[in-house]
Design a protein around this ligand. Sequence first.
Ligand code: 1GP
Length: 242
Amino acid sequence: MSILADIESSNKAQIAMLIDPDKFEESQVLKQINAANNAEVDYIFLGGSLISNNALDISIEFIKANCNIPLVLFPGNSTHVSSKADAVLFLSLISGRNADLLIGNHIHVASWIKKQKLEVIPTGYMLIECGRLTTAQYISNTIPIPYDKPDIASATAVAGELLGLRTIYIDGGSGAEKTISVQMISKVKQSIDIPLIVGGGIKSVESAKKIVKAGADIIVIGNAAEENPDLITDIANEIHQL
Ligand code: 1GP
């Protein structure tokens, strides 16, 4: 089954652990992968807004040598792709008005990707203001959707769905001060009929549960799992029961 089909048909909430290739360090990543294996994490997302160490392929090889969890690229631009991964979130940054991230980068890699075995998951990516300026917002040179404007988020997500995108990813950005509000998550979820991915600033079992109850189909945990790999086990145990 394709990864997208797995996401679409899952009758329980899923969890993705985000690994940043720019922070790649074998012993640290191994701790995270072991925790992900124990916790039966559903996906590993690999990527970030800024990759400056050229470690993407090395990271993929290391992760795949140590676990069988599907590995999905989460690219910041067209240089962040590799045929060694299982799938790529083909992100269009629909919350912003930066043409390069809406369509420009895609053109650079589209013909190459089409020839690979890499599964493509067309994804409407939306940055939401969550307390502070994040790297994703800065590097993308876009204005995030205001925290307290669920209607804008909902209309943007619906536009993405009507354009044919297959998932919506709302993200406070890595290291967000607070998570996206449950009001916004539930408004977006009620507006669309495609899977909803939510990430940014999820640091506890309680906030993960709230986000899933509000409607997230997949939650993404990055920083908190780097700081405390055991947290991913606790969160996955709870989330998989919801
Ligand atoms: C960022 O959604 C991800 O794009 C994860 O964010 O690192 O804050 O968990 P955190």
